[in-house]
Design a protein around this ligand. Structure first.
Ligand code: BTN
Length: 239
């Protein structure tokens, strides 16, 4: 895969045909914006110790190195990336995409992308996986949120490069806004895509109605008339 980055993100750009996980190929010496992309991961990982699997050449499997400024909350970066990915997916598909707190991008209630932010010292390696050309049989059948690819959504096979280029350009834009103004600065694009808002949810044994993603990137839920904020966790929702 080749890429002509439009801005800072994607410089340098490294493509490896196969690796264990792109998350392990960026180091503290890399500049902010360095990107690694692969066609195949042999030990791709998701959140909460899960695997991230995709047949070779079907998905966007990428990691980018970020150096967020002191004073910004690193967990918010999954949401910053969610906005960028949702935007790129919407452009590719011509359909709206939602963000399921804290790190999934959904189309038609199905997960097309997952984001994994791993902190290392003062850097964050942000992993982005997007299901692009997988067929139904090539998607994980047992996911808690059902999975889809762009292909299973509309039957069109796509080049991955332009979608990745768009993700990087949008991520750079959203990240710069967030650096300056925090989640407040991107909240219009985040809050409007909040998938869980108003749904009955359960997070680590606590059940309630999701109120919203707040401006610190936490999930606010209403439990028996009281509002609680959840910092992190895995959310299941009633379908
Ligand atoms: C999740 O939904 O749990 C997060 C999935 C993140 C997957 C991407 S693919 C590229 C990068 N390398 C990995 O091993 N994981 C991330």
């Amino acid at each position: 895969m080749k890429l002509e980055p439009q801005g800072r993100f994607g410089r340098p750009f490294r493509f490896v045909a196969r690796c264990e996980s792109t998350q392990d190929l960026l180091g503290l010496d890399d500049p902010e914006g360095a990107v690694v992309v692969t066609d195949e991961q042999t030990a791709g990982r998701g959140r909460q110790g899960r695997q991230w699997l995709a047949p070779p050449g079907t998905a966007i499997l990428s990691s980018i190195l970020l150096r967020p400024p002191e004073g910004r909350r690193q967990p918010e970066l999954s949401l910053v990336a969610g906005v960028a990915v949702a935007d790129a997916v919407e452009e590719a598909l011509g359909l709206s995409a939602q963000i399921k707190w804290p790190n999934d991008v959904l189309v038609n209630r199905k997960k097309v992308s997952g984001i994994l932010a791993e902190a290392r010292g003062d850097t964050v390696v942000l992993g982005i996986g997007v299901n692009v050309n997988q067929t139904r049989d090539e998607l994980p059948p047992d996911a808690t949120t059902p999975a889809a690819s762009l292909f299973t959504t509309d039957g069109i096979e796509r080049d991955r490069e332009p979608i990745l280029a768009r993700i990087l350009a949008r991520l750079e834009h959203q990240y710069d806004l967030w650096r300056e103004g925090g989640l407040d600065a991107i909240y219009v694009d985040l809050g409007s895509r909040d998938f869980l808002r108003g749904r009955r949810v359960a997070v680590d044994g606590v059940s309630g109605i999701a109120v919203m993603i707040d401006r610190q990137g936490r999930l606010e839920i209403e439990v028996d008339g009281e509002h609680r904020t959840i910092e992190s966790g895995e959310v299941t929702y009633e379908r």
